[in-house]
Write a protein that binds this ligand. Sequence first.
Ligand SMILES: Cc1cc2nc3c(=O)[nH]c(=O)nc-3n(C[C@H](O)[C@H](O)[C@H](O)COP(=O)(O)OP(=O)(O)OC[C@H]3O[C@@H](n4cnc5c(N)ncnc54)[C@H](O)[C@@H]3O)c2cc1C
Length: 198
Amino acid sequence: MIQQKNLEAAIDRWRKVLGAARVLTQPSTIKRYCRNTAGAERRVSAVLQPESLTEIEALVRVAGEYKLPLYPISTGHNWGYGSASPVTDDAVIVDLSRLSGIDDSEIELGLITVEPGVTQGILRDFLDQHGHPFLVPVHGGGPNCSLVGNALERGYGIPASPDDTTAGARLCRHGRPGLPPTRDRTADHADQPVRTLL
Ligand SMILES: Cc1cc2nc3c(=O)[nH]c(=O)nc-3n(C[C@H](O)[C@H](O)[C@H](O)COP(=O)(O)OP(=O)(O)OC[C@H]3O[C@@H](n4cnc5c(N)ncnc54)[C@H](O)[C@@H]3O)c2cc1C
């Protein structure tokens, strides 16, 4: 059970870090984070919407100081497995969907680095806009689901290779003259960890 006075003190501090508009406490505003397709009901104390790594570090320090449980979500679209709901009552949700950076500096190696807010749809648009000849190995959760969230939840999609069970973890190339087939490329990088900016 969290201490109400601790929560109020932490909210004051978080407002200084994030600004009042990105510290949500009104029941009507945080209601959408409590929707749960599995039917469970959770009390949520507050929702924090950081936009940078520096803000995340600061808000985690405050939570530690006041002993408040945090629950991170990437986009909170974990349909059928809890949606955005924390696993315990009274947690503070850290909504990472505003962090949507993509680093394509290693694209020639078939690697890309994404922040938690990058969804299947955002990555598809990014690849198209930059003319990168890659497929996104999508899953059935929809274009608004985060790649990082799905990978951390051990999601699976249309596999690029028989042992690739993480939809968002890898990219695979289109069949293009002069490039190895998809399966060979992903096998080359089968031991690569999921890489994120966080
Ligand atoms: C019709 C339908 C089809 C679906 N098909 C598939 C499918 O084919 N394959 C599949 O895998 N799933 C599928 N799903 C399930 C689900 O929609 C996806 O797994 C979805 O991608 C997860 O939501 P998210 O990406 O928004 O992750 P989130 O809801 O943001 O997070 C998922 C989990 O990871 C944790 N997490 C997220 N980000 C972080 C972080 N940065 N740090 C630490 N922990 C974090 C969260 O706490 C949460 O427990 C389907 C659902 C439906 C309704």
